[in-house]
Write a protein that binds this ligand. Structure first.
Ligand SMILES: Nc1ncnc2c1ncn2[C@@H]1O[C@H](COP(=O)(O)OP(=O)(O)OP(=O)(O)O)[C@@H](O)[C@H]1O
Length: 965
């Protein structure tokens, strides 16, 4: 092989080897570059991953912040909404059915129909993704809902129909979390599938409280229920029950129009029908119903709101009174409306709510308008109420029929029982504003509210001057009188008004106005109270006589000042005390009930007082269970005509005009007040407050009592059941010893009179000045002799007069000895030694000169005088001749005939007995001792006596013996 070839080979080899070396180097370099590039790539990937993590963490944190803000905000808003709803629908307006009960409120409330379904906050995905698969979204939600159940347990327990909140979420598709679980996981899977770690803390999961769905009906508007029929029925029932439960029974009245089911739609409310709280109108009566409701609206606008208020709600807010009930007409279907019906319905929709006339409509087309709420009923969460916009509503279930009927029965019962009493305070002026009125022109006071609202004011003046009140027993006459007196007494001071009160009913109803053992206060205006006078008609007469004398005094003063009525007299004589007098006589028929002298005189006096008292400020108020049977009254049309103020309590007869039946339909505790003699057009109905309550009355009386002028003493209390005490008699207390110039006065008992006077007989030195007590009642006879003896003894010093006490009846011995013990220096004689006394006394009586001091012989049972004829003659001598010699016999005979025997028998003269007191002796037996015509009108009654003194009396007077205690 050639060198050159060899060389060439060598060169080629060298070239190849060089190229290989270069390639090797290039490869190494390339590998290095690759390594460097790979390392860089790794670094970049790591950096990107770290940044992504960071971003994810920041994002999670932000999402969490937003979510918890959203949750808190939502919870706060829901809480505020729930709170506002609770305030708007308190008690029966919003309480769930299981714990529901009627709670009448003082204003109209919004009514709950269900609850609003509120949107929930989204649950952040990272926190969900971070949880183990077993705690996936659903179980997560369940656990959260469990949480919420725990926290809102109290609310849940109030609402048994509430389902689990997770169930709500499942049903509602409008929330932000509504996507499928997979979507969330995919969306957040990073390129390296590494689950990002959440830097966010635990989610604040505050469940918003439940927010009730409320609608406004009473005092606001009308409700139209549309949608599902059954659910709609439930809404109507719930609304009505809540409306009934939030108001005072009877204040919501329901009128049902249900042409398709003939009332079946309101069957649960049927118990209300018995009390008139629910009325049904028949299928053809929609016209009439709508016309009637329109009529109510017109009437309420004209007479109740009367331009002063724009709505009953406004009137109620201003006056605290609600004179008209809410009328809720429930119109359940009815098809096409006629033109007239549509017009009337539209009128009601526009104007009814202001007058408390509201419509609940289902099945009639109604256009939206102000105050009209639309409820679209649907089961589940598909319901809506217009005022809540698009928020879904879950309607409450209907109240159970048991709850409905029990509630309605209770309401019906309390409506039937009548309205709750109004308090007396409602008639009184503000505390501190009492006694500001002048009675110069009359006495005006409110008596209560009328059903239309305004107060009913009643005036006693020149016209109407007198009042006649009637109502069967128990209908509230006495209460009415109390209320009237309270309203007057609070307005007029005792200088302006004086009361004289008499109650012929058994009991002590007027005694509260006088000081008693338990309560020392009295009503300062009251000057006289007569109670338990049903057997003492004379006391009624005494009052009329007293008023007659007062009338004369006023008429004389008017004449003197040349005026004709009280207003003028007061203007002319501003310093004079001329209060208006109101004399109240309850059950006055007792006074006029007899056919005797008492009735005769009483009617004459009444007629005169009624006729002339009007202008002199003397007003009569006569009350009776039944005026229709009082012959003495109706026999005097001129007398009745003066009583132009007529007050009829429920079922009162004849007190109003014959053509006026208003009292027949009067509810309990109401009265017809008629100032025009009962003419129908003058009727005013008034709801009378309860004034019988002792505590309320005492509060007023004490307030006025503390304001009384210091000089004003307590009224005179005449209680026919109480035995008066001699020691309390002003006449007895005035007696003084030692005045020998005037003839001694013998007190005998208390007269039945306006002033607490004592009956008395003066023992002048003159024939006949002896006293005979007649009758068999030992206690009373002894009481009268004790009074006579003690009162006489009080006028003498021990040496100034001689007293001899003779006891001829062992039954009277204790009393006689007691009297003897009370009169120092008196002699005491029993049957054995009375002859000494008589002998002595007869000689004294027959003497020709008057004794230097009087001698009073008190004989207990003079008819039992021993000693035969001789003693009898001596007694006769003493009786006939003694008084002229200042020797007076005060004897007790146990019968009128026995006294006659002592006087000398049947034909004997009776004039030695100038004064007598009869106990259980009939009037006819007294005629011999009763000069003039016939016998006194006297029927014996316990602890009453008839006193006659022929030297001063025209007729006998009834007296009450003083008790010996
Ligand atoms: N307006 C009223 N509000 C509440 N209670 C009343 C009212 N009027 C009367 N009453 C109550 O009714 C009962 C009977 O009333 P009251 O005694 O006044 O009737 P009367 O007609 O005078 O009956 P009588 O003649 O039998 O005494 C009493 O218990 C009274 O408290």
């Amino acid at each position: 092989m050639a060198e050159s070839t060899k060389n060439r080979v060598m060169e080629i080899r060298a070239g190849l080897s060089h190229a290989l070396g270069a390639a090797q180097v290039a490869l190494e370099r390339a590998l290095e570059a690759r390594e460097a590039a790979e390392a860089r790539y790794q670094r970049i990937v790591a950096a990107a991953t770290a940044r992504r993590r960071k971003l994810a963490a920041a994002r999670d944190e932000r999402i969490h912040e937003i979510e918890s803000w959203h949750d808190t905000e939502l919870a706060a808003l829901a809480g505020a909404a729930a709170g506002a709803a609770d305030r708007a629908a308190p008690g029966a307006a919003g309480e769930p059915w299981h714990s529901w009960e009627p709670t009448p409120l003082d204003r109209a409330a919004e009514l709950r129909v269900g609850r609003l379904i509120l949107p929930e906050a989204p649950v952040p995905a990272p926190s969900r993704a971070a949880r183990p698969p077993a705690a996936g979204r659903n179980s997560d939600l369940e656990s959260r809902s469990g949480d919420r159940e725990g926290r809102s347990g109290d609310r849940e327990s109030r609402n048994s129909d509430r389902e689990s909140r997770s169930g709500d979420r499942e049903n509602w598709s409008g929330g932000a979390w509504a996507g499928a679980p997979g979507e969330v996981t995919e969306a957040w899977a990073g390129p390296d599938s590494e689950p990002p770690e959440s830097t966010a803390g635990p989610v604040v999961d505050e469940a918003p409280p439940e927010v009730p769905a409320l609608v406004r009906l009473l005092d606001h508007g009308h409700i139209v229920v549309e949608g599902d029929r059954r659910a709609g029925d439930d809404v109507v029932a719930a609304l009505l029950l809540r409306a009934l439960g939030t108001s005072v029974p009877g204040q919501v009245q329901i009128i049902g129009y249900d042409p398709e089911n003939l009332g079946g739609g309101l069957a649960g409310f049927a118990p209300l029908a018995t009390a008139g709280v629910l009325t049904f109108v028949g299928p053809g009566a929609l016209d009439k119903l709508l016309d009637e409701l329109v009529g109510h609206v017109r009437r309420i606008n004209e007479t109740v709101l009367a331009g002063e208020f724009s709505s009953v709600r406004e009137l109620h807010a201003a006056t605290k009174r609600r004179p008209e009930p809410w009328r809720v007409a429930v119109l359940l279907g009815g098809g096409e409306l006629s033109r007239h019906q549509r017009t009337q319905l539209d009128r009601l929709l526009r104007t009814g709510a202001a007058c408390g006339v509201h419509l609940v409509i289902r099945g009639l087309a109604v256009e939206p308008g102000p105050g009209i709420e639309f409820v679209v009923a649907a089961p589940g969460d598909g319901a809506r109420i217009e005022s809540a916009g698009d928020l879904p509503v879950r309607l409450d279930p209907a109240p159970t029929s048991l709850l409905m009927t029990a509630t309605c029965r209770q309401i019906a019962e309390s409506v039937a029982a009548g309205p709750a009493p109004v308090a007396l305070d409602s008639l009184l002026p503000e505390a501190g504003a009492e006694w500001r009125e002048s009675s110069a022109a009359g006495l005006t006071a409110p008596l209560g509210d009328s059903p239309q609202g305004p107060r009913v004011q009643v005036t006693l003046s020149d016209y109407p001057p007198h009042a006649l009140i009637a109502g069967p027993s128990g209908t509230g006459k006495t209460n009415f009188i109390y209320a009237w007196m309270g309203a007057l007494a609070a307005r007029y001071s005792p200088d302006e008004l004086a009361f004289y009160l008499l109650d012929f009913k058994e009991g002590v109803s007027f005694a509260r106005f006088a000081p008693g053992r338990r309560d020392p206060s009295w009503l300062p205006h009251v000057r006289l109270v007569g109670v338990n006078v049903n057997t003492d008609r004379e006391f009624g007469l005494a009052l009329l006589r007293f008023l007659s004398a007062e009338l004369k005094r006023r008429a004389d003063a008017a004449k003197q000042h040349e005026v004709t009525n009280l207003a003028e007299l007061r203007a002319e004589d501003p310093e004079g005390a001329w209060p208006r007098i109101v004399a109240v006589v309850d059950e006055f028929q007792v006074l006029l009930g007899g056919r005797d002298a008492v009735t005769g005189e009483a009617v004459d006096l009444l007629e005169d007082l009624a006729r002339r008292g009007r202008s002199q400020g003397i007003h009569l108020v006569l009350a009776s269970q039944d005026v229709s049977g009082i012959e003495a009254l109706w026999g005097r049309p001129a007398l009745v005509a003066q009583f132009s103020l007529r007050i009829a309590l429920p079922r009162a007869r004849r007190v109003l005009a014959e053509t006026n039946p208003a009292a027949d339909s009067l509810p309990r505790y109401h009265a017809v007040v008629n100032a025009d003699s009962g003419a129908p057009e003058a009727n005013r109905i008034v709801r009378v407050p309860a004034a019988g309550d002792r505590e309320q009355w005492s509060a007023l009386q004490h307030r006025l009592w503390r304001r009384r002028p210091p000089e004003l003493g307590p009224p005179r209390l005449f209680d026919g059941d109480v035995v008066p005490r001699l020691a309390d008699s002003p006449d007895y207390r005035d007696l003084r010893a030692g005045d020998s110039t005037t003839a001694p006065v013998m007190l005998l008992g208390q007269t039945i009179d306006v002033a607490a006077r004592s009956a008395q007989t003066v023992l002048r030195r003159a024939p006949g000045r002896n006293l005979a007590v007649l009758g068999t009642r030992t206690d009373e006879a002894c009481a009268i002799l004790a009074t006579a003896g003690r009162s006489l003894a009080a006028q003498f010093t021990p040496a100034g007069a001689r007293f001899s006490v003779v006891c001829l009846d062992p039954d009277a011995r204790a009393a006689a000895e007691a009297l003897h013990a009370r009169i120092p220096g008196s002699g005491f004689y029993l049957p054995d030694d009375v002859s000494w006394l008589l002998e002595d006394a007869a000689a004294e009586a027959a003497a020709s000169w008057p004794a230097d001091r009087p001698h009073f012989i008190l004989i207990y049972a003079a008819d039992a005088l021993p000693g035969g004829r001789e003693a009898a003659d001596q007694l006769r001598t003493v009786l006939r001749q003694g008084p002229e010699r200042r020797l007076h016999v005060l004897g007790w005979w146990r019968g009128a005939g026995l006294l006659r025997d002592s006087l000398g028998g049947h034909a004997s003269r009776t004039d030695p007995i100038g004064a007598w007191v009869a106990l259980d002796v009939h009037g006819s037996e007294l005629s011999p001792y009763y000069p003039g015509q016939g016998a006194p009108n006297w029927y014996p009654r316990p602890w009453r006596a008839l006193h006659f003194d022929r030297s001063v009396h025209r007729g006998a007077e009834v007296i009450i013996p003083y008790g010996t205690a």
